[in-house]
Ligand binder design. Structure first.
Ligand code: PLP
Length: 284
């Protein structure tokens, strides 16, 4: 696989980053994951805008211009012959060559790393047909979940706990209500109404969420932005999650209880179709 690191395209075995890089030592890095269908980037403008926001919130500069960023995405998709898959992008603050809690001088360049992952069945993975099972899990992440940092240890622990319980993922719970999934936004469905938490610092502002809510409103679904509990999710007609790598994924079980009929519902199925079709059309 060919990867990109700080201006160079290299075989993955030859790409190197300093051991003093603050992304490595302190989790001082932000990232984006953009999906690729038929060689084209989905929701690219949204990911680009969120990256700029994450960087600004951390006083970090992007070593790449907007034109370069798109160019690297496209070049990696081409060089690695990605039909369906993902482009991972990470920007860290770099390092002045030692360990220091204070940010280095602005003249110290950040580190930009991009690589692709091929996912041939991205458009219709088995999990989307089957639906996924989630456990409830205390949301013990830091308080700025709106910034897409690489501090992913708690989500990893949540996924491990889910796996141990024979499930696929987790719904994080804070103050008695669901915040989001471990790497996704969370929703429940009641009749024609889609219920999801409003944006705040408590959740990541999902790019798939933003697009889906527009498409769902156009398709005459009602949208209510409010928090919901685990019990409410268990009693809902349907539940689902969204994310750049999962699109719309039905949730068929929440903390040991089936949701609705315990199989993917018609609203989640329809929303998945709507999202994939519209996002494909707008792909660049
Ligand atoms: N919430 C969290 C915590 C995430 O990590 C992600 C994606 O990685 C999402 C939500 C979904 O965001 P997006 O639709 O932009 O992928």
């Amino acid at each position: 696989r060919t990867v990109y690191v700080n201006g160079e395209y290299l075989p993955e075995t030859e790409a190197k980053v300093s051991i003093f890089d603050r992304g490595f030592l302190m989790g001082d890095a932000v990232y984006e994951v953009t999906s690729v269908l038929d060689g084209k980037l989905l929701d690219y403008a949204g990911h680009e805008a969120r990256l700029a926001r994450s960087l600004a919130e951390l006083d970090m500069r992007n070593p790449l211009s907007a034109a370069e960023l798109l160019e690297v995405h496209r070049e990696l998709v081409t060089r690695n012959e990605i039909g369906n898959g993902l482009v991972y992008l990470q920007i860290s603050r770099g390092s002045a060559g030692d360990r220091n809690f204070l940010y280095p001088d602005e003249s110290v360049p950040g580190t930009a790393v991009l690589f692709t992952q091929s996912v041939p069945d991205l458009a219709m993975p088995p999990a989307a047909e089957r639906g996924i099972k989630v456990i409830a899990f205390d949301d013990l992440r830091w308080g700025r979940r709106d910034i897409k940092t690489v501090q992913l240890l708690w989500p990893s622990m949540a996924k491990m706990a889910a796996k141990k319980a024979g499930c696929d993922d987790a719904f994080f719970v804070k103050d008695g209500v669901v915040t989001e999934g471990s790497a996704s936004n969370a929703y429940i469905v009641k009749g024609n109404r889609i219920i999801t938490r409003p944006l705040s610092n408590d959740i990541l502002h999902g790019i798939t969420r933003a697009s889906l809510l527009v498409y769902a409103a156009e398709a005459q679904f009602e949208i209510e932005e409010r928090a919901f509990t685990i019990e409410e999710a268990q009693a809902a007609d349907e539940a689902f999650i969204t994310g750049a790598s999962t699109f719309v994924m039905p949730v068929i079980e929440v903390d040991g209880k089936p949701v609705g009929a315990g199989k993917p519902g018609k609203v989640a199925r329809r929303l998945r179709e709507i999202y994939v079709e519209a996002a494909r059309k707008a792909a660049i």
